[in-house]
Design a protein around this ligand. Structure first.
Ligand SMILES: *[C@@H]1O[C@H](CO)[C@@H](O)[C@H](O)[C@H]1NC(C)=O
Ligand SMILES: *[C@@H]1O[C@H](CO)[C@@H](O)[C@H](O)[C@H]1NC(C)=O
Ligand SMILES: *[C@@H]1O[C@H](CO)[C@@H](O)[C@H](O)[C@H]1NC(C)=O
Length: 284
């Protein structure tokens, strides 16, 4: 009898402890994207559990400075603080979220959501997270210099140029899906230009010689086309541009030019029977 009473008491104590520990205001989830695109609105979300208490305020801070508050007992309930330099879309902001528009690079920083309850509890909880503002390219990278047809032994000289971005995009080449050897990179880091808005354009080169393996499939058969692909990456933005040169057995102006350079007299005046293939550059 005594024992079961003790057990019941213990269970009661434990339950009480559990209840008192779980009772109270809780910030369930702060959703601040690690990266925001300067050209798009961004919505920060703050989920909380009031546990039967009344909400007094939800306040948002950037680097310690308040820029938005929601107070249900005030009119209007939503207020943006213009002095913060942050533009809030009030239509898309409420007790659980705030939407920022007209982003600037200096909006990169630490964002905090702070939730407070009314009397008599006066509880406050807060969480914070970092957000970096980037400018994603608005267009695919451009691939220049690749001809539409090549013969074995020809050299491919190409440039890939990213759309404007900040920070500068990372550009990578793939030949038939594989990364080319480092030696074939003209200039791995590339050239960079910065415009008046602080946006970067990066160009990287690629050079390699056409081998039969470039037109050989995994099964060993001849492939009519090869793929030269450039990928630009910045934050969550990944963009591609691919071109598909074909192989010709006939003499192309590219190899003709090379043979001219080697000074082979026979090639300077080719016999009429050799078909000259018109070589055009890819328009990208
Ligand atoms: C943030 O950047 C914008 C645009 O470049 C500028 O007008 C503004 O003064 C900057 N704000 C701060 C606090 O530096
Ligand atoms: C947020 O950014 C600050 C300043 O750059 C840095 O010191 C801090 O470690 C970052 N916090 C997290 C959680 O990444
Ligand atoms: C690649 O860009 C560099 C620098 O602008 C230029 O000198 C070169 O001719 C370009 N190559 C091709 C194949 O377009």
């Amino acid at each position: 009898m005594e024992l079961s009473q003790t057990i019941i008491q213990s269970i009661f104590l434990l339950l009480n402890l559990l209840i008192s520990r779980t009772r109270g205001l809780k910030l369930v989830r702060l959703d601040v994207p690690a990266i925001a695109d300067i050209f798009s609105p961004v919505t920060l979300k703050c989920e909380y559990n009031l546990e039967d208490m009344n909400l007094y305020s939800v306040k948002w801070y950037k680097d310690g400075f308040e820029f938005f508050r929601y107070m249900p007992d005030y009119d209007p309930r939503s207020q943006a603080l213009k002095s913060s330099g942050i533009t809030v879309d009030l239509q898309k902001s409420d007790m659980n979220q705030v939407t920022l528009i007209n982003l600037q690079f200096n909006h990169t920083g630490n964002y905090k959501c702070e939730v407070s309850t009314e009397a008599p509890d006066f509880k406050t909880v807060a969480q914070h997270a970092n957000m970096t503002v980037m400018a994603y390219p608005t267009e695919d990278p451009k691939v220049e210099g690749v001809l539409s047809t090549y013969s074995l032994g020809d050299y491919v000289y190409a440039n890939c140029t990213s759309g404007k971005s900040s920070p500068p995009a990372i550009l990578t080449w793939h030949i038939n899906g594989a990364k080319p050897d480092t030696w074939s990179w003209d200039n791995r880091r590339g050239w960079m230009e910065k415009d008046s808005q602080g946006l970067y354009t990066r160009t990287v080169g690629l050079q390699f010689q056409i081998l039969s393996s470039h037109f050989t499939s995994n099964g060993g058969g001849l492939m009519p086309k090869m793929e030269i692909r450039c990928t630009s990456t910045i934050g969550n933005s990944v963009r591609h541009k691919a071109v598909y040169p074909t192989l010709v057995r006939a003499l192309t102006s590219n190899s003709l030019a090379q043979k001219r350079l080697t000074g082979s007299a026979g090639v300077l005046r080719p016999p009429i029977s050799i078909a000259l293939v018109l070589v055009t550059s890819f328009r990208t």
